[in-house]
Design a protein around this ligand. Structure first.
Ligand code: SF4
Length: 347
């Protein structure tokens, strides 16, 4: 695109610090300017996330209710049957989602599980949805298998800076995460990778996280920025709140550093006011999860999202091959049907 900000992979700490140090309005203006060079500012991409295997994870991520190391009262579920997943994917498509993300609480997928997840990818893809999975660490071979099945995106978050990482997770290293991302990239899949804010990290850690993401040889196509959801029973249940304006600043800096990536407003939206979410969109967030549950934490009810979109004049981003009118009709239909219904995604 003409006059678009270049995509850089050599951000220094001082440069990122300087972005954060700007007056808030200057930062947001810069982020919005960059955003408009690459995206329609009035469109937000909509994904649905389904937990295909819940709880009893051997990893010890201190924020996560699915870790088997903590007692959070979460009900465990085995790997869902392929048919069940496809049923949910159809519902997601009918509700206007363009991407269907499937998450499993594993350290890594076991050999015996691969045929099932491969089948899920093939069948969801056949519905005309983009596919994304998050299954833990991937070897080169497993990444290839998923890519061959047609998986579009693989999610594997860096979570935080390399320096703060071992305060949050001890069962695998930061390097393990980078290795998985490298296997994903080499297999030809797109990368979805971001982090979580509000875990007690410093401002320097937030800079470190964004530098790790932006300075990859090819930046992640999708960058989820999560606000910690403090879950009772996890070690982070009583951590201090992050200033919401620091959250917005981080979104804005992510937008400037990764101008062509979708920056996703992810976990933690439930606790955000409509005004805060609107400010995040202005700062350059242009993707959300849609549906009542984000894996196992609450997500704003779908109709609240649709009403907010309407108030802001935001349209769901279309896939090129999608029929605009059909998708719009699906969204309106959902809004009408959901005034008082309990929605899907109990996972
Ligand atoms: S974040 Fe993922 S890897 Fe970590 S404990 Fe939760 S489910 Fe397991």
């Amino acid at each position: 695109m003409n006059n678009a900000a270049p995509i850089r992979n050599d951000w220094t700490v001082a440069e990122v610090q300087a972005l954060f140090d700007q007056p808030f309005n200057d930062l947001l203006f810069q982020a919005q300017t960059v955003h408009r060079q690459h995206f329609n500012p009035n469109e937000v991409q909509v994904s649905t996330l389904l937990s295909i295997k819940t709880g009893a994870c051997p990893e010890d991520c201190k924020y996560c209710p699915q870790s088997g190391h903590y007692n959070t009262g979460l009900e465990k579920e085995r790997l869902l049957q392929v048919e069940k997943v496809i049923e949910k994917a159809k519902q997601a498509k009918a509700s206007g989602s363009t991407r269907f993300c499937m998450g499993a609480a594993w350290k890594h997928p076991a050999d015996k599980d691969m045929p099932y997840v491969v089948e899920m990818v093939k069948q969801v893809k056949a519905l005309g949805l983009e596919t994304c999975m998050t299954l833990g660490m991937l070897t080169e071979d497993k990444a290839e298998q998923l890519a061959d099945a047609g998986l579009d995106y693989y999610n594997h978050n860096l979570d935080t800076s390399p320096e703060f990482y071992d305060k949050i997770i001890t069962t695998r290293s930061f390097q393990d995460r980078l290795d998985t991302l490298s296997n994903v990239r080499n297999s030809g899949m797109k990368i979805c990778s971001g982090g979580i804010l509000g875990m007690g990290e410093t401002a320097t850690d937030r800079i470190g996280l964004l530098r790790q993401l932006a300075n990859m040889d090819v930046q992640p196509e999708s960058v989820p920025i999560n606000m910690l959801v403090k879950v009772k029973g996890t070690p982070l249940e009583n951590v201090d709140d992050l200033d919401p304006l620091d959250f917005i600043r981080t979104i804005a800096v992510a937008r400037i550093m990764m101008p062509a990536s979708h920056v996703r407003l992810s976990a933690g939206r439930e606790k955000m006011s409509d005004e805060m979410q609107s400010m995040a969109f202005f700062a350059g967030a242009n993707s959300i999860f849609y549906g009542e549950c984000l894996l196992t934490t609450p997500n704003p009810e779908t109709h609240r999202d649709l009403q907010l979109f309407k108030r802001l004049g935001i349209n769901p981003e279309q896939r090129i091959e999608e029929d605009d009118q059909a998708q719009e009709a699906a969204i309106i239909n959902t809004l009408q049907k959901q005034q008082d219904s309990s929605h899907f995604y109990e996972a």
